[in-house]
Design a protein around this ligand. Structure first.
Ligand SMILES: Nc1nc2c(c(=O)[nH]1)N[C@H]1C(S)=C(S)[C@@H](COP(=O)(O)OP(=O)(O)OC[C@H]3O[C@@H](n4cnc5c(=O)[nH]c(N)nc54)[C@H](O)[C@@H]3O)O[C@H]1N2
Ligand SMILES: Nc1nc2c(c(=O)[nH]1)N[C@H]1C(S)=C(S)[C@@H](COP(=O)(O)OP(=O)(O)OC[C@H]3O[C@@H](n4cnc5c(=O)[nH]c(N)nc54)[C@H](O)[C@@H]3O)O[C@H]1N2
Ligand SMILES: [Mo]
Length: 798
């Protein structure tokens, strides 16, 4: 079960720990981004590339899905957007000589940081069965190899087709069309690991699995909740929006176990005041909730709203809205009135005063927006939490009105668009009917596998071929040991990628690497240069056109690669679809999208005249009829189960550092949290450290304990005393993915519970500590049990 850290991560010899920062961005942010740009692509290339970022005639930032404001700055990007671009536009290359020098067995031992630093992939490579090296292969031969594997399967359901959220709308549409023409709905995507819980909760309650706010709603509102997200690192441009909202008089309540620098204060690098470090204090109220305590918090607020209404009837709830636009209020209210506040205390760790003061904020606000990200979605009760947020908003009519709504803040820059294009293992009948009518074939109706079920299918031999368009399935998925074993059992794995990652080293018996263009690069096809489109977090569709010369002359676009695979696989037997035509001219793809996907009517013309356009959303637009079971916004009843952590254990969340993009590790610092040159750290409250008999700086193994009695271990982490909520801990993924049990997922959405893993901290004998030879022996020290039993009860239970 033990997972030894890769050689270059062991020891973290340069690791330095300082105090966390109290503000985000400002001058250091600018300096850092320029250093990355210079390291990776040189200043000249940076000077022609960066001004195109997020401009109307340029390319969409591959960093995050936060929308661009109407009034754009010349530099409409952030420190982390620059890092994302610099690492794609890098001048470093991984060529055939690289693969001759580094066998697969060696790549498997490398860290994600090392792999990502090697540069851009340059030509198609194959690893033959039994070989330990990738060797060059021609494109046509690669397509033929995939086709022969797929055609040899007993059933199309024996193949799995993964997508990460950088894929353009055009590529995503062609991809899902090919997969369904082939005969399966096995289309898991990174959403399954990410905002699936939001999609599930919002579809059920509001009829559409997306947010209902526009930027304008956020900058002109009374109260914003920022729940479970770290925008200073992961959505830096959101901070400018929050700053504007504050200027317009909004109040901000942040709910987060960690004191995140960006949410304390923002020094906007786009303004002179911000550059000088006189930024805006962002959060008016900072609730350091315990991990997984948000459902209890919102149930307490909802109970408080009902009590306030009882005390002053007719003044608190929006009765007209409730009567005309919602369903299920009575059952919800009856349940809410029975809330046990002792459970709220235990689950949230907040004082009753903190909750009462927050309720007072809510009662003062005529318009409320709730924003959230992974801090809410990656828990067992994630879907219930988000449904409860909808209850909260419905009570006072805070949906479908200017300045109100739900704002799930999306991750990957086109993860929302990919879903709109049909990358979904559970497609609706309406979508499949439209495919059938447009392309004249009968798409499969049986639902496919999501990420967790794909791992199980590969593990059990029910799936044999795995193809990924982007992402790092092995690195990003939970339960690393289980995922790696599942992958190694596949007959063929195919990665359409821009850069190396763990999924290239941990591969099937035969494996292909198909290198593709990145966003900033010119996409030239038979009909000329192509643009693609993406959909941001707020349902705005807009074009993206790269201009840089491709990293290698051998690269192909995702659309071209998918069309090639489709042709080689389906040949004469498949539906009559002009794959070649799609690859030659993406306008034809968009014409097909216009026929199949609602909201894309007249797609090409609108793109060329108005540029970007907003997709319909009945809940946002206050339509008379929502796509829910009752046609109205749906109240729900959510049972509160308090996550009881056994004595001597902590609840661990697995998060991003400031220097990473998911599994792409740009650097080893986490500036805002005071960490330099190392990633194997675990943040723990000083009082919890004390009660566990540990000190700041101790080296421990993280051992996760799952209900079936199994244990998973991540070795050699340095403890960092940190002002997180009591009973909670935090460490970076992907290093800690090994700890997340495959079967520990959110109800309904099946998203891994990456933000609530029960762990114990086992001290490692200093002499055996994190050197290559010592790492494997730590488990034998046996010190962990005594530390665990000697501790008090730092867990989330009271
Ligand atoms: N630079 C950069 N940008 C990115 C990414 C990246 O890796 N790097 N990733 C992109 C992607 S795919 C995504 S999904 C987003 C992720 O964006 P985030 O969701 O901001 O990412 P995380 O690092 O997972 O941070 C989770 C946050 O939620 C808090 N939290 C954890 N558990 C709880 C809880 O139970 N309750 C509450 N209230 N808070 C909790 C944590 O303390 C932390 O602040 O960012 C996107 N943008
Ligand atoms: N423990 C834990 N695990 C998590 C999370 C967590 O918070 N905790 N977060 C989860 C979340 S929110 C997400 S979204 C997933 C992310 O899961 P993924 O999306 O699968 O992973 P990434 O690390 O974003 O993928 C990076 C790779 O994408 C490829 N790539 C980059 N750009 C392009 C492109 O334009 N085209 C193509 N074809 N390839 C490209 C590069 O080869 C790069 O190495 O991870 C999840 N895993
Ligand atoms: Mo994500």
């Amino acid at each position: 079960m033990a997972k030894r850290p890769p050689v270059e991560d062991q020891g973290d010899e340069g690791l330095e720990v300082g105090p966390p920062k109290r503000a985000a961005a400002g001058l250091p942010g600018v300096a850092w981004s320029l250093r990355h740009a210079n390291d990776q692509m040189g200043l000249r290339r940076a000077a022609v590339t960066l001004p195109k970022l997020n401009q109307r005639d340029g390319f969409d930032c591959p960093g995050c899905a936060w929308p661009e404001p109407d009034r754009r700055h010349l530099a409409e990007f952030c420190e982390n957007g620059v890092k994302a671009v610099a690492h794609e536009a890098t001048l470093r290359r991984v060529d055939r000589d690289f693969f001759a020098r580094h066998p697969v067995s060696e790549l498997r031992e490398k860290s994600e940081h090392w792999l990502g630093q090697q540069g851009r992939l340059t030509e198609p490579m194959v690893k033959r069965a039994g070989a330990d090296h990738y060797e060059p292969i021609g494109w046509d031969e690669a397509y033929a190899l995939i086709g022969s594997h797929l055609r040899a399967l007993d059933s199309p359901d024996e193949a799995v087709f993964y997508t990460s959220g950088r894929t353009s709308n055009e590529a995503a549409f062609v991809y899902q069309l090919f997969v369904r023409a082939f005969g399966t709905n096995n289309l898991p995507d990174c959403s399954n690991l990410c905002h699936e819980s939001s999609g599930a909760a919002l579809t059920e309650t509001l009829g559409v699995g997306k947010g209902t706010v526009q930027l304008g709603d956020l900058v002109d509102t009374d109260l914003i909740f920022v729940m479970g997200q770290n925008p200073g690192t992961n959505h830096p441009r959101m901070l400018s929006t929050l700053e504007e909202a504050k200027r317009n008089g909004a109040r901000i309540v942040t709910v987060n176990p960690l004191p995140e620098a960006g949410l304390l204060r923002f020094d906007n690098p786009q303004t002179a005041r911000g550059l000088a470090g006189h930024g805006t204090e962002l959060s008016d109220r900072y609730l350091q909730v315990r991990l997984n305590g948000d459902l209890a918090l919102f149930q307490a607020l909802n109970a408080g709203l009902l009590a306030a209404e009882d005390a002053a009837p007719g003044t608190v709830l929006d009765h007209e809205f409730l009567a005309d636009r919602t369903s299920g209020f009575e059952a919800f209210a009856a349940h809410a009135r029975r809330l046990d506040f002792a459970d709220v205390d235990a689950a949230t760790g907040l004082t009753r005063d903190e909750i009462a003061d927050t309720l007072a904020e809510v009662l003062r606000a005529k318009r409320i927006v709730v924003c959230w990200a992974m801090g809410l979605t990656q828990h067992r009760n994630a879907v219930a939490t988000i449904r409860e947020i909808v209850n909260f908003l419905l009570l006072r009519g805070n949906v479908g009105r200017p300045g109100t709504g739900v704002c799930p803040v999306r991750g990957h820059s086109n993860v929302q668009g990919d879903r709109t294009m049909g990358i979904y293992e559970k497609p609706s009948d309406a979508f499949l009917d439209a495919l059938r009518d447009t392309f004249d074939f009968e798409p499969p109706r049986r639902h496919g596998v999501d990420v967790v079920d794909a791992i199980r299918a590969l593990r059990d031999g029910r799936a044999k071929v795995f193809l990924a368009v982007g992402g790092n399935f092995v690195g990003a998925s939970p339960d690393t040991a289980a995922t790696e074993a599942a992958m190694a059992g596949a007959a063929l794995t195919v990665q359409v990628s821009t850069k190396l990652n763990r999924s290239h080293g941990v591969c099937g018996r035969e494996a292909l690497i198909l290198p593709t263009l990145a966003r900033p690069e010119l996409d030239l096809q038979a009909s000329g240069p192509q643009m693609v489109t993406v959909e941001d977090s707020m349902s705005l569709v807009h074009p993206s056109s790269g201009a840089l010369p491709p990293a290698s002359e051998h690269l192909r676009s995702e659309v071209a690669i998918l069309a090639g695979i489709a042709q080689a696989t389906l040949g004469e037997d498949g539906p009559a679809i002009d794959w070649r035509g799609f690859a030659d001219d993406y306008d034809l793809v968009r014409d097909a999208i216009a026929e199949v996907v609602p909201g894309f009517e007249d797609f090409n013309r609108r793109l060329r005249t108005v540029g970007s356009f907003l997709l319909p959303n009945a809940a946002r637009d206050a339509a008379d009829e929502l796509d829910t079971a009752t046609g109205r916004a749906q109240f729900s009843v959510n049972e509160l189960e308090v996550l009881r952590v056994p004595p001597g254990r902590l609840l661990l969340q697995t998060i991003r550092s400031h220097d990473q993009y998911n599994t792409t590790i740009y650097g080893l610092d986490d500036r805002y949290r005071g960490i330099k040159q190392g990633r194997r750290v675990v943040f723990v409250h000083p009082d919890d450290l004390a009660s566990l008999g540990l000190t700041d700086g101790a080296v421990v193994d993280l051992v996760s304990e799952w209900t079936d009695g199994s244990e998973r271990r991540a070795e050699a982490f340095r403890t960092v005393a940190f002002p997180t909520a009591r009973g909670c801990a935090a460490a970076y993924f992907p290093e800690t993915n090994v700890l997340v049990p495959l079967d520990s997922t959110a109800r309904t959405s099946n998203t891994p519970t990456s933000k609530s893993v029960v762990v114990r901290l086992e001290p490692v004998d200093a002499a055996a500590a994190p050197t290559a030879s010592g790492a494997g022996t730590s488990a034998a020290s046996g010190a962990g049990t005594s530390a665990a039993s000697g501790a008090g009860t730092p867990g989330a239970s009271a």
